[in-house]
Design a protein around this ligand. Structure first.
Ligand SMILES: NC(=O)c1ccc[n+]([C@@H]2O[C@H](COP(=O)([O-])OP(=O)(O)OC[C@H]3O[C@@H](n4cnc5c(N)ncnc54)[C@H](OP(=O)(O)O)[C@@H]3O)[C@@H](O)[C@H]2O)c1
Length: 241
């Protein structure tokens, strides 16, 4: 399968390139062609050191998207609209995977007792929180913001939000995570289930339609808070019954 990773030069993009590059044809996307090519060469070098014969290439996001069967958006929430606008012609008929989590630290405001709920903007600095929280987008989730931006025949799947980048990119580590997968098309969800299973130690879990994405996206700030406060690293999720 040909997989384009938009923003594949970044933290989580590297992990996907190294994991899927062992089995699939990966195209690292970037705003800059040279950067994309340099990162692709770096990832090929890493995989070669682990004994894999990888063929990862790099290109500008638009070209990467247009050449792939599956396009993974590995960019931050605030960059979604402008990036999709650029790559949109290449997304027609494809499966798009969103791993996007809208989360922030500074926007979680703690209101101490006695302070009126309407805090004047100029005093918001005094009430900044020391934890991360999910910043709910107007449509309900990042995935629901992305869906209407895509071409009509494109199928969106929302997944991998709770996978920590550092562990994904560390090929010495055995992973043991569940991956929540949300989407409206069983056909595209099945393809993403397969991509999850292609990464040893990962198990796909069907969460429901795209409207359930906020539940999975919002787990990520919880995991980061747990890690920070309990001296843990790269916390993920595992469902048990
Ligand atoms: N990091 C994690 O552990 C993790 C885990 C789960 C989900 N996620 C989600 O994955 C997404 C990417 O996270 P990340 O930590 O990998 O991000 P990142 O490393 O900060 O950025 C990813 C890439 O975005 C591109 N970029 C930067 N500014 C841009 C702009 N203005 N317009 C378009 N592209 C721009 C850059 O690529 P170029 O400069 O090459 O264009 C960069 O390499 C986020 O939505 C995050 O919520 C992250």
């Amino acid at each position: 399968m040909k997989i384009a990773i938009i923003g594949g030069t970044g933290s989580i993009g590297k992990g996907f390139a190294l994991r899927w590059g062992q089995k699939h044809q990966v195209i690292v996307g970037s705003r800059e062609q040279e950067k994309a090519r340099a990162k692709a060469a770096e990832y090929n070098g890493i995989l070669k050191d682990y004994g894999f014969k990888a063929d990862i290439s790099g290109d500008v996001n638009e070209k990467a998207a247009s050449e792939a069967d599956v396009v993974l958006l590995a960019i931050r929430y605030g960059q979604i609209a402008s990036t999709i606008e650029q790559i949109k012609p290449g997304l027609e008929g494809k499966i798009v995977i969103s791993v996007v989590v809208p989360m922030e630290k500074d926007r979680c405001i703690i209101v101490p007792e006695g302070v009126p709920l309407e805090i004047p903007t100029n005093s918001r600095e005094d009430y900044k929180a020391d934890y991360f929280c999910y910043v709910t987008p107007p449509a309900g989730s990042a995935a629901q913001e992305i869906a209407p931006l895509l071409p009509e025949r494109t199928e969106l799947v929302s997944a991998f939000h709770n996978v920590p980048a550092a562990k994904l990119a560390n090929l010495d580590i055995e992973l043991n995570y569940d991956v929540g997968v949300c989407g409206n098309s069983m056909h595209s969800k099945n393809i993403v289930f397969g991509l999850v299973r292609d990464i040893p130690g990962m198990r796909p879990m069907d969460i429901g339609p795209i409207e359930t994405s906020s539940m999975v996206e919002s787990i990520t700030p919880l995991l980061v808070n747990v890690a920070i406060r309990n001296h843990m690293k790269d916390v993920g999720i595992k469902f048990v019954d």
